[in-house]
Ligand binder design. Structure first.
Ligand code: PEP
Ligand code: MG
Length: 591
């Protein structure tokens, strides 16, 4: 949130999108066009037929090598049974019918290799999927996986491509999926700008985790940018300049220095608590996506991890991470954060996170579908090893467990029963773990918010996941740039819901945190404080600013603000009021 006088004279192109990660980046563009497995009909000239067949055969060969490597790695890590999936993929890959039909289509219909292969595979995949039998469904999924791999290799793997990024650049993409982002070399990225996405889409969360400025929802930016164009990305205002004039450039170079200076000043708060003027202390923790970001979290002065999204361990690979592998990851984080707590959220995939190691079939409404705890309660082979790994890590520090997407008490009880089972298994193996682990539930589905009183009787804490809660309460897809203006975390319905959840939980002696991106919205901090939130977990990049805000008010002042905004009728009114209030109060912060 930076108040700036945007330069008036602009040359080149100028785009306005949704600001999702603060700061200014200046650098050259690296454009990622298209989506990795989205294929368009493409005709080729007759003279290119041989070249196209060779592209196809080379991709088959590359895929064969990949599968060989995946098979042996899986076999040595988790046994031959688990490696069978890749053997199955190999059989699909070597099927002469698929190969011949594709070559025939390239030759006779003059289709590009990827489109020819896509149509052949799609035909068989659909035929298998139409048979209502688990075996055929699984084979259909095998075909889909092989199709994706081969097409990626025909097109030149986009993620390989990203890893080969030469020098630092600003990534310009239509969209960045979580699987794309896990493959990135973070050190070479100055910022992100994407056509698609909203404030809480995972590309936005990633950008904040990488601590680089980002703007999403720019709609047609990719059509206008070429590799090596000079870009200015303003992550506060949500603006992107392509080949700007000298005056604009100078303005932003100055602004970059100013932001740097503000951050330097905020860094003196590092070792101070997030305590109001009258002594009320808030747990101010950080969200963690990648284990190796833990040092940064500490550097930014976090007193704990309020949300450890374990999903990225699963997204970064094609096979499932084993219990031991997960244990090592969790243990490293927990030991490093000790004595501060680490809230480990159990697997939350589905929605826009689609790891290759969990078969999530295409759905009409993924965010309302097979997701998070719903997957885990069905896939004990995934859930129990994770629970055991978390329990084992609890012997090395302060761990709390958080269940995502709970929508009923029944689901919560089932999750707790499985946790008990994991405990029993460890006891049998004589493996140590802590007996004193707090259990929490994410409040991110409206039904859970409404029964927060019932839930809070069965757990130690609640953590409000505002990213999903806002999407489900307001019926606004969190990743859809077209309706992003409707995605409002200061909507009266959201504020009332938070108020009710906090009150219900406190009546039962259960503490409440906020781990969604609203916690890092400086316009919301005083309201959350006034509503009685006990803990806030944010991206490290905004943590110092949020701490400064908390330390500058008394608790009664925040209660007055919360009461005031709760009497207002629209999100626009609340936002305007908060913006004015904050600008008046915090002259040394740029809003
Ligand atoms: C949320 O929904 O607010 C949340 C923190 O979880 P995620 O963004 O990973 O869905
Ligand atoms: Mg969520």
């Amino acid at each position: 949130m930076i108040e700036t006088k945007t330069p008036t004279k602009k040359s080149g192109y100028f785009f306005k999108g949704i600001p999702v990660s603060p700061g200014v980046a200046i650098g050259k563009a690296f454009v990622l066009s298209g989506e990795s497995v989205k294929i368009e009909v493409e005709q080729i000239p007759a003279k290119d037929i041989h070249k196209e067949i060779k592209r196809f055969e080379d991709a088959l060969e590359k895929t064969r090598e990949e599968l060989k490597a995946a098979t042996s790695a899986t076999r040595s890590r988790i046994g031959s049974e688990n490696a069978k999936i890749f053997e199955m993929h190999n059989l699909v890959l070597d099927d002469p019918v698929l190969k011949e039909e594709t070559i025939q289509k390239i030759r006779d219909d003059k289709l590009s290799a990827e489109y020819a292969f896509y149509t052949v595979m799609q035909k068989y995949q659909n035929q298998l999927a139409a048979v209502k039998d688990e075996y055929f469904q699984m084979r259909s999924a095998d075909l889909r996986d092989v199709k994706r791999r081969v097409i990626r290799n025909i097109q030149g793997d986009r993620t390989d491509f990203l890893q080969k990024l030469e020098g630092a650049a600003i990534i310009i993409a239509r969209d960045l999926t979580p699987s794309d982002t896990v493959a990135l070399d973070r050190h070479k990225i100055l910022g992100f700008a994407t056509d698609l996405g909203g404030k809480t889409s995972h590309s936005a969360i990633m950008a904040r985790s990488f601590r680089v400025p980002a703007v999403v929802g720019l709609r047609h930016l990719t059509k206008y940018v070429k590799n090596n164009d000079r870009i200015i990305l303003d992550g506060n205002e949500g603006v992107v300049y392509v080949n700007p004039d000298r005056k604009t450039l100078q303005y932003y170079q100055k602004l970059q220095k100013k932001i740097h200076e503000i951050n330097r000043q905020l860094s003196v708060l590092k070792n101070l608590p997030a305590r109001t003027l009258d002594g009320r202390e808030i747990e101010l923790a950080a969200n963690l996506e990648f284990t190796d970001e833990v040092e940064t979290v500490i550097e930014f002065g976090a007193r704990g991890i309020g949300l450890y999204r374990t999903d990225y361990l699963f997204l970064a690979r094609t096979d499932l991470p084993t219990e031991d592998e997960q244990f090592e990851e969790y243990k490293a984080v927990v030991e490093r954060m000790r004595p501060y707590p680490v809230i480990i959220r159990t697997l939350d995939v589905g929605g826009d996170k689609n790891p290759q190691n969990i078969n999530i079939p295409p759905e009409a409404n993924p965010y309302l579908g097979y997701r998070a705890i719903r997957i885990c309660l069905e896939r004990h082979d995934v859930f129990l090893p994770q629970l055991r790994a978390i329990l084992r890590a609890s012997a090395y520090g302060n761990i709390k467990i958080l269940f995502p997407m709970i929508s009923s008490i029944k689901e919560l009880r089932e999750a707790k029963t499985l946790l008990e089972k994991a405990r029993r298994e460890l006891r049998k193996r004589k493996v140590p773990f802590s007996d004193d682990i707090e259990i929490g539930v994410m409040i991110e589905v409206p039904s859970a918010a409404i029964i927060a009183d019932l839930i809070s009787r069965e757990v130690d804490f609640l953590s409000i996941g505002t990213n999903d809660l806002v999407q489900y309460l307001l019926a606004v897809d969190r990743g859809n740039e077209r309706i992003a203006y409707l995605y409002q975390d200061l909507h009266p319905a959201v504020l009332r819901t938070i108020r009710d959840v906090v009150q219900a939980a406190h009546r039962n002696g259960t503490w409440v945190g906020v781990c969604g991106e609203m916690g890092g919205n400086p316009l919301a901090t005083l309201i959350l404080l006034g509503l009685g939130i006990d803990e806030i977990s944010v991206s490290p990049i905004v943590l110092p600013e949020i701490k400064k805000i908390i330390r500058s008010v008394s608790h009664p002042e925040s209660v007055r603000i919360a009461e005031k905004v709760l009497s207002m009728t629209t999100a626009e009114e609340i936002e305007k009021f908060m913006m004015r209030y904050m600008r008046r109060k915090f002259k040394d912060l740029i809003f």
